[in-house]
Every structure is written in structure tokens, then in C-alpha cells.
Design a protein around this ligand. Structure first.
Ligand code: TRP
Length: 521
């Protein structure tokens, strides 16, 4: 997140004392810091910070969007839902539904120049509640996000130890069977401890206010992550025997949609679409208002449409490359060990932590170093996303409770630490405690991705499509003479398809959770 990408409201400008600091900054000459005070005045008549240009916006939005969602969640969903088939469905959704939702949020932000908490209410008095729901969502995601960040740290440490001492913590056998991973997540203290390190590291960065530092490290880390991912995936592509796995991952294959009787199953197609949709919200950081806040710092000279397209391209590219590192290998190992492919592909959240080590184990002496570098970069991608999410929480806490930055960071970190305890211990000491049959981590994932985010997204579409009218957004996109190539698509999507599709997620996921209509899968 850039310098002031986290200043949520005029109140916070005051609270953090940023306004005067920003005024003294030279407008453009700050290179990557990307921020200067816009001439345009916000709705309140105060000056509001803005990105220096569309590249700055795209980078900041991409840094927030690219995180564990791309590296950890996308590959396991792609594996589960038939590889190429999932990718095809995902791509169709990104260019239609994802485009519509992201464009809407950014346009609302730029038009109102407000954060999500107040933007809806400003457009229409009766819709303020929606802003509140969007604001609450990161509080549910962040705790379990940090727990998984802790898993990444644990792996990072293990690889560093192996690289430094030559110890064999994770030979092919241990990583292959998943013992290393399951011993870790089922232990009673380690997942909690590492999760806490992650939470407080993020909080430390926020409280120090080194947004410059974050932004700069983003600029270095994100390209490095990309190169690293490309290197690992090339290695996988050229591994002997990877052909069938690559085909599974990249070529859409209708067999994946066949039910147990071998015939095309509509339910399976439905599940694939729903899984892809949930992933899309998550990965593009949609439906929790982050993009509203980011949009509110955008200048009117920049084209919203072009920015949205670029963020989507970056985010999707990283996700697809991440899958390329993992899915073909799972396939290969399944064939080698005689496990049914379907079963191996259904590994779920453990996929990255169990199968990537297998790849690293085949690299010989270079493996541990490669593994350490890889998990370091995953940790950074996760941290930049978590920090921007935490920043949103800190900002809301300080808005709602009127606390200063330090106290609201402390309050938020304590709350997140408390909430993450549940997710940290849910595979260990508390593995028998379930909510609606789900363990805590899965439950938090479900409540956000399957319930709260669809509600926010559907309500936003109804709000824009029917209450305000799509013209409001279209005019904002067309401001300053910009074209809008996707206008027709946008209007149809926002009024009809988007609310329908998103409501479908909500209904089916709720049915699934409660086992209504035999949907428990
Ligand atoms: N998109 C992030 C990822 O892929 C996760 C995320 C969801 C997020 N919503 C967010 C990050 C809001 C920052 C802000 O990992």
C-alpha cells in the first residue's frame, strides 16, 4: 500500500497528522512513493491524497491483491476442480464479473472520495449499513490469513535450518507423506506461536508507519516473487514426465465434470463455478471495500477501465503460474505412488505445504536454498496483503472508536491475535470443536467468502444497478473524456448477471453448510 493508501477518511488525516506532511511533499518527484496531494478536493472540501498516476495505482492494488490467495488458495482449488476446466471458468468470471465488481468499487471510491465505511452512505442515505458490513469483513479474514502466514514462516525457518546445517527435516519421504505438515498443524503451540509472530510483525510495521518501506520492499519483492515463480514453474514444466500433469492443469477437460456415474454433472459444474467465484472475490480483494478506498485516491485523469484490466492481468498471471508450480507435480506423484489422481488433487489447503517440498526435495543440495528463497517470497507476498488488510482494520477502529493510530493498532492486533487463536489451534488441540461441521479456519473462510462477501457484492450491484442507476458509474469511468469499451457488458452485468450469480453463491453455499437439499459436499 502506498503512503496514504491507508488513510481512510478526513478524520484520519487529522488523527495521523498526515495532511500537513503531505502538503509539503513535491507532487511528482517522489519516484515510487507514488503519492501527492491532489488538487481536487474531496466531498468534504478537504484536500485528499492521490496516487501519482495509474501505474502507482495498479502497483498498489496488485500488491494488495497478490497474496496467499494466488499462491496457496488458487492452486488447491484448481487442482480440486479439474485444472484446466477451473482455469477456463475462472478466466471467464474475471473478465466479466470481476471486471464489473472492481470497476464499481473503484468508481464509487473516486466519485465520493470516501472510504468504504462512509462512501455508500454518502451516495444514498439508506445504504450506509452496507459500508459497515464491508468494513467488518477484513476482521474475519485477517485472523486466519495470519495463521497461514505463520505456516509459511514455519516452512521458511525449516528451509533456512536445512540450508544452513544440512539437516534432513523434510526429506522426500517426510514431505511426500505430509507428515511434516500434519505434525506441525496438529501440534499444540507451534501454529499459534508462528501465527502470533506474523500478526505482530505486521502490526509492528503498521505502527512504525513505514509505509514508504512497505511500498519500496513491495517494488522489489513482487518482481522477485514473479521471477522465482517463473523459475520454479519452468523447472516443473521441464521435469521428465510432467506432460500429463501439465495437460490436466492447462487443458479444459469435460471429464472433470463427470459425476460418479460417468455422466456430465450439472452439480459439479455448479460447484466449479461457485469455487471459482469465491476465489475471484478473495484474490482480487473485492467486496470488502478495499478497492473503494484505493479508488478514492485515484485521479480523474486516470482511466479506471485500464487500471482494472491491468490489476486483473497481474493477479491472474501470478495465480496461474503458482498453479503451474504445484498441480503438475501432484499429478506426477499421484501416478508414481499409485494414488488415484482425483484423491491426490483433493488435498485442499495443505497442497502448497505438502507438495512443493516434494519438488524442492528433488533438487538435491540446492533444494533447501531454493525452498528458503521461495517461502521467503511467499511470506512477503502474504505480509504485504496482510498489512494492507490490517491497515484497513486499524483505520476503521480509529474511525469508529476515535482512537489514535498507536492505540488502534494495538487494539486491532490484540483482537486479531485473539481471533486467530481459534484458527491456529483448530487442527490440533481443538480439532474436535466444529461449527456447522467446519473447523474454525474453514468456518472463517466460509463466513467471509461464501456469506458476507457475496452479500456485500450482491447488494452493491443492486445498489448501483437499480437504486443509483449504472449511469453514475459509467459517467465516472468516462470522466475527462475517457472511453469505456466494456460499457455495454458492464451495464448488463451490474443489473442482471452479477446480482444473480452472486446470490447463487450465497444460496448454494448456505445450503451446503447446513446440508440442505443433499448439498453437503
Ligand atoms: N487478495 C489477497 C490475496 O490474494 C487477500 C485479500 C482479500 C486481501 N481481501 C483483501 C488483501 C483485502 C488485502 C486487502 O491473498
Amino acid at each position: 500500500m502506498a503512503d496514504t493508501g491507508d488513510l481512510k477518511s478526513p478524520a484520519q488525516f487529522r488523527a495521523y497528522g498526515f495532511e500537513s506532511r503531505l502538503r509539503h511533499q513535491r507532487p511528482m518527484g517522489r519516484g515510487k512513493d507514488n503519492i501527492h496531494v491532489a488538487e481536487a478536493c474531496g466531498a468534504t472540501g478537504r484536500k485528499r491524497a492521490s496516487w501519482s498516476g495509474h501505474i502507482a495505482f495498479v502497483l498498489a492494488a496488485a500488491a494488495s491483491a497478490i497474496g496467499l490467495g494466488n499462491l496457496w488458495r488458487f492452486p488447491y482449488l484448481a487442482a480440486r476442480y479439474g485444472g484446466g476446466t477451473f482455469i477456463a471458468v475462472y478466466l471467464c468470471l474475471v473478465v466479466t464479473l470481476g471486471f464489473t465488481l472492481m470497476l464499481t468499487e473503484i468508481a464509487i471510491g473516486r466519485k465520493t472520495r470516501q472510504s468504504q465505511l462512509t462512501a455508500y452512505g454518502r451516495l444514498h442515505g439508506g445504504w450506509g449499513l452496507l459500508g459497515l458490513i464491508a468494513t467488518v469483513i477484513p476482521f474475519f479474514i485477517l485472523p486466519y490469513y495470519c495463521v497461514i502466514g505463520g505456516w509459511v514462516l514455519y516452512y521458511l525457518k525449516a528451509y533456512c535450518v536445512m540450508a544452513a546445517t544440512g539437516a534432513q527435516l523434510m526429506g522426500e519421504a517426510a514431505s511426500g507423506s505430509g507428515d511434516f505438515f500434519s505434525a506441525f498443524i496438529s501440534s499444540s503451540f507451534a501454529p499459534f506461536g508462528y501465527g502470533m509472530v506474523f500478526v505482530f510483525a505486521c502490526a509492528g510495521v503498521i505502527v512504525m508507519g513505514v509505509r514508504n518501506g512497505i511500498e519500496k520492499s513491495n517494488m522489489v519483492m513482487m518482481p522477485m516473487l514473479f521471477l522465482m515463480a517463473v523459475a520454479v514453474s519452468l523447472y516443473v514444466v521441464f521435469m521428465p514426465g510432467s506432460g500429463a500433469g501439465l495437460k490436466y492443469y492447462l487443458v479444459p477437460n469435460l471429464d472433470c465434470l463427470a459425476g460418479s456415474d460417468g455422466r456430465f454433472s450439472v452439480a459439479l459444474l455448479g460447484k466449479t463455478v461457485l469455487g471459482a467465484m469465491g476465489q475471484m472475490f478473495y484474490s482480487l480483494s473485492l467486496a470488502m471495500g478495499i478497492m473503494i478506498t484505493y479508488g478514492s485516491y485515484m485521479k480523474r485523469e486516470d482511466s479506471i477501465e485500464r487500471c482494472v484490466r491491468r490489476v486483473e492481468v497481474f493477479d491472474t498471471l501470478i495465480a496461474v503460474v503458482a498453479g503451474l508450480m504445484i498441480v503438475p507435480v501432484v499429478y506426477m506423484f499421484a501416478v508414481k505412488t499409485g494414488t488415484p489422481v482425483k484423491e491426490a488433487m483433493d488435498a485442499g489447503p495443505g497442497l502448497m505445504f505438502i507438495t512443493l517440498p516434494k519438488v524442492f526435495a528433488t533438487l538435491g543440495p540446492a533444494g533447501p536454498t531454493f525452498g528458503a528463497a521461495f517461502f521467503l517470497l511467499v511470506a512477503f507476498a502474504a505480509a504485504t496483503s496482510a498489512i494492507s488488510m490490517m491497515e484497513a482494520c486499524v483505520a476503521s477502529v480509529s474511525d469508529l472508536l476515535g482512537l489514535d493510530r498507536k492505540s488502534s493498532t494495538f487494539f486491532t492486533a490484540a483482537l486479531v491475535a485473539f481471533l486467530s487463536t481459534f484458527s491456529a489451534l483448530c487442527y490440533g488441540p481443538w480439532k474436535d470443536v466444529t461449527i456447522f461441521g467446519m473447523q474454525f479456519l474453514d468456518f472463517f473462510d466460509f463466513v467471509t467468502n461464501s456469506v458476507l462477501m457475496p452479500i456485500t457484492a450482491a447488494a452493491t450491484c443492486v445498489f448501483v444497478g437499480w437504486v443509483l442507476g449504472p449511469r453514475v458509474v459509467v459517467d465516472e469511468v468516462r470522466a475527462e473524456g475517457h472511453g469505456f469499451r466494456g460499457e455495454r457488458l458492464y451495464v448488463v452485468m451490474v443489473r442482471y448477471f452479477a446480482p444473480a450469480l452472486v446470490t447463487a453463491i450465497l444460496v448454494s453455499e448456505t445450503c451446503r453448510a447446513f446440508g440442505i437439499g443433499g448439498w453437503r459436499i
